[in-house]
Ligand binder design. Structure first.
Ligand code: NAP
Ligand code: MG
Length: 509
């Protein structure tokens, strides 16, 4: 009776919408899916079940060459389109990402293991937001940089076009020329696959560049779904090319002589190799690398709020976050209370099926990453830290690590120094603000930091001494397309997001 009245009809749950996936994906080159030159494919699996989801083309040097040539050919027409026309394509992409948000979120969680709650509420909306945001800049590039300028495309000869004559017939001498960099080689990691693709493609396309994107080996699917969106919105052929494969494919993209700009997000180790590989070539480079970010809790902070922030900071996306708050510094007077509350909260986190919307912590991205995390946990134990892990089981197949922490960690311990990229927290204490700053900065990295205190004046005083690209105050892991993100020291250079993110995709003449 009640059912027939329809009052118990619910909207479909996000995990109820399954994306339409192909069994096999080629590379997306020159506006179409194509077979790999050497005919090789690899499998991408679901790390929560170990089941194969699809076969994906393995990119050889010949494939990369073909993709770079397609991007080169597309460059003059794309870069010379009026900005308002380029914007229309990018807006269409953004809208289509929104319309397909459920399919994309489910695919992201299946391919990478992250909880659907995160892919649905964070990854996909932010990816759409990045495309919307940069679409808005496409026809305003002359106003984007201090001093302004005149945006011009790139000609068939690879050089910037000459600015048009003004209505009076005189050349606009007073404006400097802003032009696209050219063909961009973009290599991205597995922790935020769709979001990283949007961070890379949004500003590059808005500024009239063409792209060759290489997604991570374990998570290529949402980039390939994005390629289907490009087909649907009739993005001109060759403007974005996607070549899948492992590290060697990434190296072939980066080293290709036809690439003018390299944008890399990934580990500091690979970032250093890339910097070596392209030194002296004249290629423009931005590196978004690893981190070991501090979350600093003062005794006057709202403790419950800070505990939530610590949990958000390190257990979000299983700790596979470049800016994860993986080192927590707690003022000694409140350390007992913070750690007790933190453990209680960690015990409440649900670990399991990424497609269950109640899940807080999903699967570790790959078997290789799980063994890295386990090695770090063993090293932390041998270094003498007190290990604690939330109780409870994990599914019988797939790769899992329950949230854990080390207390009493020495600054010299491996778990305090090296990026683990997993749900492992190092908890340390401090007495004075000066000590907190000194210990927080005692790392080769400088990506992000969190400060928890009730005092506004203290927040700004502390934040200005921290070597970090982003400092979050009484919050953590907050992102917005209008806000620049990037690191200091071994966390890389260059900024993504905001008007700052456009700068590395243009040249000034
Ligand atoms: P990674 O091993 O450095 O891989 C990143 C990407 O580079 C992948 O697509 C990878 O291909 C490719 N690659 C590997 N070797 C290469 C080479 N020699 N030349 C060119 N490309 C190569 O990093 P990951 O393990 O995937 O990601 C985790 C790391 O990324 C962490 O250190 C994290 O901090 C960092 N990260 C930083 C940010 C940021 O914004 N700063 C954001 C996210 C992640 P394969 O997939 O085949 O390995
Ligand atoms: Mg996968």
């Amino acid at each position: 009776m009640i059912e027939s009245a329809g009052i118990f009809e619910y909207a479909t749950a996000p995990e109820g919408v399954r994306p339409t996936l192909r069994d096999r994906y080629g590379h997306f080159i020159g506006g179409a899916f194509v077979e790999p030159a050497e005919g090789e494919y690899f499998r991408t699996i679901n790390p929560a079940t170990e089941e194969v989801i699809a076969e994906v083309a393995e990119g050889s040097k010949a494939d990369v060459d073909r993709a770079v040539n397609a991007a080169r050919e597309a460059l003059p027409a794309w870069s010379a389109l009026p900005g308002v026309e380029r914007a229309k394509y990018i807006y269409r992409i953004a809208r289509r990402v929104q319309e397909l948000s459920r399919e994309l979120a489910v695919a992201e969680s299946m391919d990478g293991g992250k909880p659907i709650r995160e892919s649905r509420d964070v990854d996909v909306p932010l990816a759409a937001q990045h495309f919307f945001y940069y679409a808005g800049w496409a026809d305003k590039l002359g106003y984007a940089f201090a001093g302004g300028g005149k945006f011009v495309g790139i000609g068939e000869d690879g050089a910037p076009l000459t600015p048009a004559l003004s209505p009076g017939g005189e050349r606009e001498q007073r404006h400097r020329v802003i032009s696209p960099v050219g063909v961009c080689g973009q290599v991205i990691p597995w922790n935020f696959p769709l979001l990283m693709a949007s961070w890379k493609l949004g500003p590059a396309l808005a500024a009239g560049n063409t792209c060759v994107l290489k997604p991570a080996e374990t998570t290529p699917l949402t980039a390939l779904m994005l390629a289907e969106i490009f087909e649907e919105v009739e993005l001109p052929a060759g403007v974005v090319n996607i070549v899948t494969g492992a590290g060697a494919t990434g190296a072939a993209v980066v080293e290709h002589p036809g690439v003018n700009k390299v944008a890399f997000t990934g580990s500091t180790e690979v970032g250093k190799k890339i910097a070596h590989a392209i030194a002296g070539t004249g290629k423009k480079l931005t590196l978004e690398l690893g981190g070991k970010s501090p979350n600093i809790v003062f005794e006057d902070a709202s403790i419950d709020q800070a505990v939530e922030g610590i949990v958000q900071g390190i257990y979000f996306n299983q700790g596979h976050v470049c800016c994860a708050g993986s080192r927590v510094f707690v003022q000694e007077s409140v350390a007992g209370e913070v750690i007790a509350k933190l453990k209680r909260r960690m015990g409440e986190l649900r670990v399991g099926d990424p497609l269950d919307k109640n899940t807080d912590v999903g699967a570790i991205n790959s078997a290789a990453q799980l063994s890295t995390i386990e090695r770090y946990i063993d090293a932390g134990k041998s270094d003498g830290g007190a290990f604690w892990q939330a109780g409870g089981g994990v599914p019988s197949s797939g790769y899992w690590c329950r949230p854990c922490l080390f207390e009493g960690v020495q600054p010299s311990a491996v778990v305090a120094r090296e990026e683990i990229f997993g749900p492992v927290l190092a908890v340390m204490t401090f007495r004075t603000p000066a000590e907190a700053i000194q210990r927080a900065n005692n790392t080769p990295y400088g990506l992000a930091a969190g400060v928890w205190t009730d005092k506004g004046s203290k927040i700004f005083e502390i934040a200005k001494w921290l070597d970090a690209g982003v400092v979050w105050l009484n919050t953590y892991n907050k992102f917005d397309a209008a806000s620049p993100f990037g690191g200091f020291k071994e966390s890389g250079f260059g900024r993504e997001g905001g008007v700052h993110g456009l700068r590395s995709y243009v040249t000034f003449g």
